[in-house]
Design a binder for this molecule. Structure first.
Ligand SMILES: [Mn+2]
Length: 449
C-alpha cells in the first residue's frame, strides 16, 4: 500500500482517523514510504535533483507529537501544576480560509475545530473535569464547508473526559464554578468570553510555559521535520529565483515546496525581500522585479504537526556575491559563529545577543544590526511568550544576526535553528550551506540543467 506524506497528515487532521488507536496512537509511519512518496512528488514536478537530501522530509519515522494520549497527559500535567482551580480555553471563531486553532488550545487538544471550547477543573492536582464542547454542524453548513468534527465523532473514545455539544455549555454554571476565585485562561477569544460573563480572568501563561519551554523528543523530531521541509522549500526557490523574476515567484516556490512535503500550515507568511527590500525586517509585499546583482533574503518557515521552523538564507540571485556583498555577508556569518559558540544551557538569549552585538561593534557596523539575535522556537515561531530565563537542554532557538544597509541596497540575515544539548547546541538547519563559497557552489549545483 502506498501512502503519501500529505495524505497521512490530512487523515490525522481531518479527524476521521483521529480516534482509531492504530493510526494515531502508533504515532509514526514507515520512513521508507515517506521517502518514496516524497521522491515521487518531486520527480512529478520536474527540475534538477541536485541534492537528494533536500528532497526528503527527513527519511525517518514521521513524528506525531500531539496524539490524543499526549494531549491528555498535557491536560493532566496542567491540572497537577495548578493543584486547584478552573481553566478555560477556546479554539477561536471560524474564519475565511483554512482554520487554525489557538495555539494553546491545539497544544492541549490536538484539534483544529472552530468554536470549540475546553473546560478543565483541577482538584488536589487531579483532572477532575476534562470537557470538550463542540458545536454541532448543521447540514447546511456541512454542505458548504464540508464535514467538521462533531460531538458524535467521539463516541466510544477516551480522548477526553467528556465531549459535549456547545448547546450544553452552561455559562451560568461557569460563573458559579469561577466563584470569586476566577478562571485561568489564555487566548483572546476565551478571555473575551470570560470578561463578558464578568468572570475574573487569571492568566494561565506561566502554567503553560512551564510545560512548553523544554521540548520532548517527539516535539523535537517534529521541529526537525519542519526545519528539513523549510530548507527544501528554500532550495526550490534558489533554483528559480533568477534575475528577471519577481519576489513572489520565489515565495511561491517556498510555499508550494512546504505544502508538497507535508506542511499543511506556514509558520508565518514568507518574507522574500530583494535588494533594499531585505532591509525591511518583516517585509511582506514580495512584489519587486529582481535584477542582476541583487541579493535575495528569504526568511521563511514551515509548520509541521504544530511545530514551526524559522530559517533565513540570503543569496545572490545571479549566483555570485559582489565583493561588497561578500564582505558584509562574511561579517554576518562570523557574528553567527561567535554567538553560537556561546549558545549553551545556563546562558540567556540576551547573553548570546550581546556576544554578536559586541562582535559587530568591534567591526564598526553595530548600527546596522537592528533586531534581537534570536528567539525560542516550538509551537509558535516566537515560542513561550515572556520566557526570559536561562536556556536549558531540550530548548530550540534561532540565531539570526543581520546587517541592513538600505542606501547600498543590501540587507543580509543568516538564521539557523539550534537544539540546546546538555553541553552546548546542535544545528538543525545544516543542509543549505552558509559559507559564501559553499553557498555559491550549492546554488550552481541546484541550477545545473
Ligand atoms: Mn526568527
Amino acid at each position: 500500500m502506498k501512502k503519501t506524506l500529505p495524505l497521512l497528515t490530512f487523515a490525522f487532521l481531518a479527524g476521521t482517523t483521529l480516534l482509531s488507536s492504530n493510526s494515531v496512537g502508533a504515532g509514526t509511519a514507515n520512513a521508507s514510504l515517506a521517502r518514496e512518496a516524497s521522491l515521487e512528488m518531486e520527480t512529478g514536478i520536474g527540475g534538477s535533483v541536485a541534492d537528494a537530501s533536500l528532497l526528503l522530509p527527513g527519511g525517518r519515522d514521521l513524528p506525531a507529537p500531539g496524539t490524543p494520549q499526549v494531549c491528555r497527559e498535557r491536560r493532566q500535567a496542567l491540572a497537577a501544576a495548578l493543584e486547584e482551580g478552573v481553566m478555560f480555553f477556546h479554539a477561536g471563531p471560524d474564519a475565511d480560509g483554512r482554520f487554525e486553532a489557538d495555539v494553546d488550545f491545539h497544544y492541549l487538544t490536538g484539534l483544529h475545530r472552530p468554536d470549540a471550547r475546553l473546560l478543565l477543573v483541577a482538584k488536589a492536582g487531579k483532572l477532575l473535569r476534562d470537557e470538550l464542547y463542540l458545536p454541532v454542524q448543521s447540514p447546511q453548513k456541512r454542505l458548504w464547508q464540508g464535514p467538521q468534527l462533531n460531538p458524535e465523532d467521539f463516541e466510544g473514545s477516551d480522548a477526553f473526559g467528556k465531549v459535549l455539544p456547545s448547546a450544553g455549555f452552561d455559562e451560568k454554571a461557569l460563573v458559579m464554578l469561577a466563584e470569586d476565585k476566577g478562571i485561568y485562561s489564555v487566548g483572546d477569544t476565551a478571555i473575551e468570553e470570560l470578561v463578558d460573563l464578568e468572570i475574573k480572568v487569571k492568566r494561565a501563561r506561566t502554567l503553560l510555559n512551564n510545560l512548553q519551554v523544554v521540548k520532548t523528543p517527539s516535539e523535537i523530531a517534529a521541529l526537525e521535520m519542519a526545519v528539513d521541509i523549510t530548507q527544501a522549500g528554500i532550495a526550490d526557490a534558489m533554483r528559480i529565483a533568477l534575475p528577471g523574476t519577481y519576489e513572489y515567484q520565489a515565495e511561491a516556490a517556498v510555499d508550494g515546496g512546504f505544502r508538497r512535503r507535508g506542511a499543511e500550515f506556514m509558520a508565518f507568511p514568507s518574507i522574500c525581500g530583494s535588494a533594499e527590500n531585505a532591509c525591511f525586517l518583516h517585509y511582506r509585499a514580495n512584489n519587486r522585479l529582481m535584477q542582476d546583482g541583487d541579493l535575495l533574503l528569504m526568511d521563511v518557515g514551515a509548520k509541521y504537526e504544530g511545530y514551526s521552523a524559522d530559517v533565513t538564507r540570503t543569496f545572490p540571485i545571479n549566483g555570485k556575491f559582489s565583493p561588497r556583498q561578500r564582505e558584509l555577508y562574511e561579517l554576518v556569518l562570523e557574528a553567527q559563529t561567535v554567538a553560537v559558540a556561546a549558545l549553551k544551557p545556563g546562558v540567556s538569549m540576551r547573553d548570546v545577543h550581546e556576544v554578536a552585538a559586541a562582535f559587530f561593534e568591534e567591526k564598526g557596523v553595530r548600527e546596522h544590526f537592528k533586531h534581537g539575535l534570536g528567539h525560542q522556537l516550538g509551537i509558535r515561531v516566537h515560542d513561550v511568550p515572556g520566557f526570559r530565563g536561562p536556556l536549558k537542554a531540550g530548548m530550540l532557538v534561532t540565531v539570526e544576526p543581520g546587517l541592513y544597509l538600505a542606501d547600498e541596497g543590501i540587507g543580509i540575515r543568516i538564521e539557523d535553528d539550534y537544539l540546546l544539548t546538555e553541553t552546548g547546541n546542535r544545528k538543525l538547519s545544516d543542509s543549505i550551506p552558509s559559507d559564501p563559497d559553499e553557498l555559491e557552489a550549492y546554488i550552481a549545483r541546484l541550477r545545473k540543467p
